[in-house]
Design a protein around this ligand. Structure first.
Ligand code: PBG
Length: 324
């Protein structure tokens, strides 16, 4: 058909490209994951994730304030307790580090939605995401620990709880428990399709949450499977999830697309610690253009079908998007 069709006509200028652009990123698409610890009186840099910190409650509030100024509307909190134990009791302590952080953010009246990551692995001495029986995570007793954790976060002011443990039946169990305590307005963002991924390596360094024996393959998903992701999503929606997540993001864009085609609920994708670290270390080595790569990655995740993106680049990217 040449020369009738000249697609380059629509690429000739920035204004023309803007006019025909199909996918747009907005600061409010981004959720900022943050770590808060009670092991040190000052914020500690995370070596495996250059630019990220294990915050104190005070430095977390300051970071949240900056993020809100940049246009971020939601943060996801992970806690690093002063001591870990077999049951992961720091996860559901009323004065646990995440619970104290949530109360502090609320006291400062920051315009941010608070999302609590609900899992046991940062708090257990064995580093697994639930209670252990005979060398494996015991599903049903673990639900009780997750319920306690979700409830303690709701009492501390969580707007959303986000179970990331991958136990069977946890969404229904948490939904019932929240409703029983009159937290029917607290939403659930389910890590519905969470894969057993090597991309979580830097996170485990950040949170000291690597399993002390075995691995997570008896509860997190096999990277080879996509039909199974749809089954997990269906089950979580049936049990009452308000939003679902695919995790990791970049190596799972096909899963994001498949889930998007399946559901009508808001879909989140987690651009995880290993994806962050690859960009940061490659940029430090001078082999790629950091800012352009970050924008391309986030745009690609959105284009694949994610409505929301959890990313450690959230604050910075929101700043760029605002300034544009
Ligand atoms: C807790 C949890 C993990 C991540 C989010 N929630 C770690 C894991 O499952 O090992 C990973 C986040 C990241 O890598 O950025 N279960």
């Amino acid at each position: 058909m040449f020369p009738t069709h000249r697609p380059r006509r629509l690429r000739r200028s920035a204004a023309m490209r803007d006019l025909v652009r199909e996918t747009h990123l907005h600061p409010e698409d981004l959720i900022y994951p943050l770590f808060v610890q009670e092991t040190s009186p000052k914020p500690e840099p995370i070596e495996a994730m250059p630019g990220q910190f294990r915050h104190t409650v005070d430095s977390l509030v300051a970071e949240c304030e900056q993020a809100a100024k940049a246009g971020i509307e939601a943060v996801l909190l992970f806690g690093i307790p002063s001591k870990k134990d077999e049951a992961g009791s720091g996860a559901y302590a009323e004065d646990g580090v995440v619970q104290r952080a949530m109360r502090a953010i609320k006291e400062h009246k920051l315009p941010l939605l608070l999302i609590g990551d609900v899992c046991m692995c940062e708090y257990t001495s064995h580093g697994h995401c639930g209670a252990i029986l005979d060398g494996d995570v015991d599903n049903d007793p673990s639900l009780e620990l997750l319920i306690r954790t979700a409830l303690s976060q709701a009492r501390a002011g969580a707007d959303v709880v986000a179970p990331s443990d991958m136990m069977d039946g946890r969404i229904g169990a948490i939904r019932r428990a929240l409703d029983d305590e009159s937290f029917e307005q607290v939403a659930i963002l389910s890590y519905a399709a969470k894969y057993a991924s090597a991309f979580y390596g830097p996170f485990r360094d950040a949170a000291g949450s690597a399993p002390q024996f075995g691995d997570r393959r008896s509860y997190q998903m096999d990277p080879a499977n996509v039909r199974e992701a749809l089954k997990e999503v269906d089950a979580d929606l049936e049990e009452g999830a308000d939003m679902v997540m695919v995790k990791p993001a970049l190596a799972y864009l096909d899963v994001i697309r498949a889930v998007k085609q399946r559901t009508n609920v808001p879909l989140a994708a987690y651009n995880v610690s290993g994806e962050y670290a690859m960009i940061e270390f490659a940029a430090r080595a001078g082999v790629l253009d950091r800012e352009r790569i970050i924008q391309e990655v986030l745009l690609s995740i959105k284009r694949a079908g994610a409505d929301l993106i959890l990313t450690y680049h959230a604050k910075e990217a929101a700043g760029w998007l605002r300034g544009r």
